[in-house]
Ligand binder design. Structure first.
Ligand code: AMP
Ligand code: GLY
Length: 428
């Protein structure tokens, strides 16, 4: 098979690494890829939202399967375009992907199908939102409706913080059009986990659970980011909890989406809070998580290309999916100024020294200069992943490797793999 992977992050690097192990796969292309990915396969300079150009490339090069990493092309309808041209593609259609593309739609959907989630109100008018938070001087989660690369939610401990959040979203428009509508939610308390599931719209196979460390600073402080690190599996999602997540959340979601004419094929990602009274949904994503994928796929025993094909053919029930009895840890190395204003173009040193370490280096924002020098080119730059039978040993291994890499102004958390509970303000 010839495969095209759309995307350029650590998630896509991991997917390509896993696909490259499949005996079914002869050749992989990435669009647009990054410097690390270009060491594994051919990168082509087509952007993720140039949907027709991607389809033309696939037709011209007779590519058998396209795999979509990020949410943007999915919510723009890449799957619908490819399918209308008779091209095989892995991911949900535009209608199904709206479960991530609009948080308001996702919340209304959860209410209709009795899927446990935080209580909420949706506001289109700034003045009405202001009245609501002024009258409710309690901790609230305030979110932009549209896509914001994981940065559009703010935890506000009181009215003053809520008013600041509303102003930045609805008046200053820090998230652009994504923030013209906001969702105000009650706060969920507990332990946060990510459960991704393979699904062909009928059969659902949950992957092992993972935990993402979303805030920029140790201890879960500072603003939200795309994700500063992750580990898998989590302790809190034991077999009983996974069963509850499947029965109370994943199954009614896939069934509800089918009833709404939004048949979901691909990876459904449930961001969950494990509360005292059970799991509740924080958000749904329509794709693999980043950096959850970096710790989940290294533990997958099966051939990923085979799983993708059986989902497309709606034969996921024939797959017997299993996981290694190990833990994996990913430490993300990010640029100075991330998440607000990352400074890029910094020379990266030390990766060669990692060849002897037992770890994976998944690139995100990296590029090569004309002279071959590796430099940073985005907010999140690298993900260093280590695995071991014991979580603690995997953490130690990952940090030994991180200690050998350097670039000016780099930021990374020192507490990846440690659970940090409690509700913390986004303002600091
Ligand atoms: P979201 O963009 O909806 O995934 O939210 C980003 C992050 O904000 C989540 O990963 C949580 O850590 C936090 N968060 C969002 N909604 C809530 C909530 N209702 N209660 C507590 N924390 C939340
Ligand atoms: N790790 C969060 C996300 O992929 O959205």
């Amino acid at each position: 098979m010839k495969i095209l992977v759309v995307g350029s992050g650590g998630r896509e690097h991991t997917i390509i690494w896993k696909l490259s192990k499949s005996p079914l796969v002869d050749k992989i292309y990435a669009a647009p890829g990054n410097a690390g990915i270009s060491g594994m396969c051919k990168c082509i300079p087509i952007k993720i939202d140039e949907l027709e150009s991607l389809a033309n490339f696939v037709e011209k090069h007779k590519i058998d399967l396209t795999v979509v990493g990020p949410e943007v092309p999915l919510t723009l309808g890449i799957v619908d375009i490819f399918e209308s041209r008779g091209l095989k593609i892995f991911g949900p259609t535009k209608l199904a992907a709206e479960i991530e593309g609009s948080k308001a739609l996702a919340k209304e959907f959860m209410k209709k199908y009795h899927i446990p989630t935080a209580s909420f109100k949706i506001f289109d008018k700034y003045e009405e939102a202001v009245d609501f938070v002024s009258a409710n001087n309690v901790p609230l989660a305030i979110k932009a409706d549209g896509l914001t690369a994981g940065k559009g939610a703010m935890i506000c401990l009181n009215s003053k913080e809520s008013l600041k959040a509303l102003e930045s979203m609805m008046v200053t428009k820090v998230f652009g059009a994504a923030g013209t509508r906001v969702i105000i939610e009650s706060i969920l308390e507990g332990e946060e986990v990510s459960v991704m599931a393979f699904t062909d719209g009928k059969t659902i196979v949950p992957m092992i659970s993972a935990q993402d460390h979303k805030r920029i600073f140790d201890g879960g402080l500072g603003p939200n980011t795309g994700g500063m690190g992750s580990y898998a599996p989590t302790k809190v999602v034991n077999d009983r909890m996974m069963k509850a997540i499947a029965v109370e959340i994943l199954e009614p979601t896939i069934e509800g989406l089918r009833q709404e004419g939004r048949l979901f094929k691909g990876v459904l990602y449930a961001g969950l809070m494990i509360t005292e009274i059970g799991p509740k949904v924080i958000e749904f994503n329509c794709r693999f998580g980043d950096p959850e994928t970096q710790v989940v796929l290294p533990l997958l025993q099966n051939d990923l290309a085979e799983i993708f094909m059986s989902i497309i053919d709606e034969e996921l029930d024939l797959e017997d999916i299993s996981w290694k009895e190990e833990s994996a840890v990913c430490v993300v190395m990010a640029s100075e100024g991330y998440p607000e204003k990352p400074i890029t173009g910094r020379k990266i040193f030390g990766l060669k020294d990692l060849r002897r370490e037992n770890c994976h280096i998944f690139h995100a924002g990296t590029a090569r200069q004309k002279d071959g020098q590796l430099v940073s080119s985005g907010g999140r730059v690298l993900g260093i992943v280590a695995t071991h039978r014991e979580l603690q040993k995997a953490i130690e291994r990952a940090y030994i490797a991180v200690g050998k890499v350097s670039f000016e102004g780099m930021q990374f958390r020192k507490d990846i793999g440690h659970v940090v509970g409690g509700v913390k303000s986004s303002f600091f």
